[in-house]
Design a protein around this ligand. Structure first.
Ligand code: HEC
Length: 155
């Protein structure tokens, strides 16, 4: 119960974009969220190399650091970077579809999915760093990225 309330609060923070700092302009919101996703993807790549592809030696500490970074992005209150006027109908530098603002239920659903999957990844990495378990949860996080991209990111 406490947990689901926590995730709901997270998801709402993603959707409603409650101000957490002095108002950022549209370009700053877009640049910052693109950087956040790029940073998350860099850390996903580390886990892929070590736990899935095996082209880099498996290192438990590096996997925990990567999982912590991904969970930090997911739980950082990203919603503040999805303010009005930041979709591609109003700005040329973004791939955020305007549907994001028309489908708050769906936005909430994918936000919850990302937060839950990333938080669990962090837990798995912290609990002994079992490679197979980490690989399985990595795949769940990947699905949560894709769920949002399929709904709200243009090609
Ligand atoms: C809540 C929705 C959502 C989730 C969850 C999400 N993304 Fe994204 N992602 C987007 C949107 C929207 C954009 C386009 C942002 C823009 O152009 O303003 C994007 C852009 C990106 C980009 C390109 C950044 C750039 O410089 O243009 C990468 C890489 C990326 N996402 C990776 C990921 C990864 C990896 C995950 C999961 C760990 C993830 N995303 C989770 C919505 C999401």
């Amino acid at each position: 119960m406490r947990k689901s309330g926590f995730y709901l609060a997270l998801a709402l923070s993603l959707v409603t974009a409650a101000p957490v700092v002095a108002q950022m302009d549209v370009e700053d919101q877009i640049n910052t969220r693109q950087s956040a996703f790029t940073f998350a993807a860099w850390n996903m790549g580390k886990i892929k190399s070590q736990a899935i592809d095996g082209d880099v030696a498996y290192n438990e500490q590096q996997m925990l650091a990567a999982a912590n970074a991904i969970a930090s992005v997911a739980n950082s209150g990203l919603g503040a970077l999805f303010g009005p006027g930041t979709a591609m109908d109003k700005n040329d530098d973004t791939r955020l579809k305007p549907e994001f603002f028309d489908k708050p239920e769906k936005a909430r659903e994918v936000a919850i999915g990302f937060a839950q999957a990333a938080t669990k990844l962090q837990e798995v990495a912290a609990n002994g760093g079992d490679k197979a378990a980490l690989a399985a949860q990595f795949s769940e996080v990947g699905k949560s990225c894709k769920a949002c991209h399929d709904a709200f990111r243009a090609e």
